[in-house]
Design a protein around this ligand. Sequence first.
Ligand SMILES: [Zn+2]
Length: 79
Amino acid sequence: MMIFCLMTARVLEVRCKSCDRIIFKYLKIGKGKLWHCWKGRIIEDYSVREGEIVKCACGRVIGKDEKKWIKLKPFSIKY
Ligand SMILES: [Zn+2]
């Protein structure tokens, strides 16, 4: 028998803490803090890339591209 856990899913607007620009629209599933963004769940991506460094258009470093997900800097974003 298979049991499906229905968890809350919602679209988060991940914004830069410096300039308030939207960086990602991200499908967040479940509760808890956002530490990384799975790439498959990023709906819209407004970030600026410099190699594997993910930045806001204002230059603030938001996180790092680690192939499967973007590892976020929790103090650079708000949502
Ligand atoms: Zn910014």
